[in-house]
Every structure is written in structure tokens, then in C-alpha cells.
Write a protein that binds this ligand. Sequence first.
Ligand code: CUA
Length: 325
Amino acid sequence: MKIAPACVLFLSGCAGRQSALDAGGPSASALENLIFLFVAVCSIVFVLVMGVMAWALLRARNQTPGRPQTERSMGRVVAGAIVATFVVITFLTAASFYATPSLDRGQANTPTIVVRGQQWWWQFIYLDPDPAKSFQTANELHIPVGTDIRLRLEASDVIHSFWVPNLTGKQDLVPGRENALTLHASKPGVYRGQCAEFCGLQHSHMALLVVAEEPEDYARWLAAQRAAAAPVDGEAAAGKLVFMSKPCAACHTIRGTEASGTTGPDLTHIGSRSTIGAGLLENTRGSIAAWIADPQTLKPGNNMPLVPVTSEELRQLSAYMRELQ
Ligand code: CUA
């Protein structure tokens, strides 16, 4: 492989929508600077150590045999190395401490979104002082750009870890405990994140998207999400009847209907999300049908049971899900 294409390939790993080296907000910038600082300092230390070692080897070769180095000068070298190590480690530790507070800026009046880790999907609860305006969604977090948003991190089963590298550092979601992160996107975009703590069989299929939007787009999204599911007709209406008559409604909520289960993700506006199964599949009618037909083959071990449906019912159910915009 030629050097130039190899470099391009290597550096291309630093860009993209899931990279800590392509910061999209202040927390990620602080961490990115920290990463570069560590790499720079460690590179300097590496070059110095290698240089001194090469010098020592050459010197030993050129030395007259039988003339050992005096203990005094050896002691000075060792003491110098210990002091240098102490200074470097203290400096890097201080730099880490300095960067950490940017992860949770902790203002009390910042809008808060509850993030609950579930095996294996993300529950996002948008809290509002007016309970009628609170709603929840799954796996796709929308935030306005240029504003701090506070995430309250919780877990209901095992430990998960929230990690959207472009926007912030990792923070664990621990059952029985509340952690917090400040999320702030400087520019609009879709940032991919992933669970970063092994949480069982489908840990690798626990992805999320953060959609950072201009305030007016965000307000529009917010209003649409707050609304109950719109009435449906035709094939989708038939799908709604199937949904309500099968166990689906016992696990999922669709606001505006009698479905009010809380085990699975809220499906009120599932049609508006870009993926299903926590980033597993693109949200199309085909993948929804495939998911309902055989969730355990697509994501073995997940909590969605196989609900027997006819192919006719499958078509109607997938039409209904797509209509839930
Ligand atoms: Cu949740 Cu890994």
C-alpha cells in the first residue's frame, strides 16, 4: 500500500458521525483537546526515551571496557527520571480534571430529558412542567442546536453507558442511581451514538441517533411528538384493529388509542423515526414487517415476543406503523 492512500485511510477514521475526533459541541471539544494533548505529550516522552536509549547503547559500545559508571551519576539520572515522570503524570491528571466539568455543567434550569437504558434500546422522556406536554420516544433524541440540554441518565435493568462521541464523553446509566450529562450541539446534524458498557447479548445493537436541529425545526418536532397519534384509515385502520386485538398493546403505548403498555418502546410516532430496533434496521415498511414476523432472529434475546400473525395482518400492521408519523 502506498503511503499517501494509507494516510488518507487512517485520517478518514477521524471524521464522521460517530467520532470523538470530530467535535460538534463544547464537551466533545474539551475531550478532543485532551486526546490531542495526551497524544502529543506521550509522543514527546516516547521520542525522548527512545533517543536516550539509543544514546546509551551507542555510548556503551564506544566505552573502554572495565570502566563502570559511578553510582553517583547513576543516582542522579534515576532521580531525574522519577521527577520527570511525576511532573508529566501530575500535568496530565490536572488536564483531565480540568476537562471533566464540561461534561455536566449542571445548571438547575436547563431543559431536562430523561434517558433510560433498557435491554436493548433507549427510552427518552421529554419532561415538561405541564405533564400534558411530557412525552416519550425511543432511540432517536432530538435537541435544539446552540443550547445546553441536561440528560438525566437512569437504567431499569443493568448498567448501560451513553456515548455520542461527537457531542460528549461516556456516562454510565446505573440502576438505582441518577447520573447527568450536558448535551450541546454547536451545529445541526445527525450524530450516532452507542451503548458503551457491555449489557448483554444485544449490547452491540443498542445504538441511538442524536438529531440536532435549528430551534424552529426542533419546536415543530416537539409539537408533533406531543400530539396524540392521528386517526388512520384504509389498510392502516385495519392494522390498528390487529394491533389492539393482539398482545402488542400490552407492551407498547400509542397515545390517543387504548394501547398503553410500558414494557416496549412508545410507538405513538414510530413512523417519524429513521431506524427501528435501536439502530438495527432502517425504518421502512419492509423492515417493520420483517421485525414483527421474526424479532428473535433479527435481534436474538430481545424482549419482543413472536406474535403469530397472518401475512394479511402483517401487511396491515406495517401500514399502521408507517402511518404513525
Ligand atoms: Cu446497553 Cu450495552
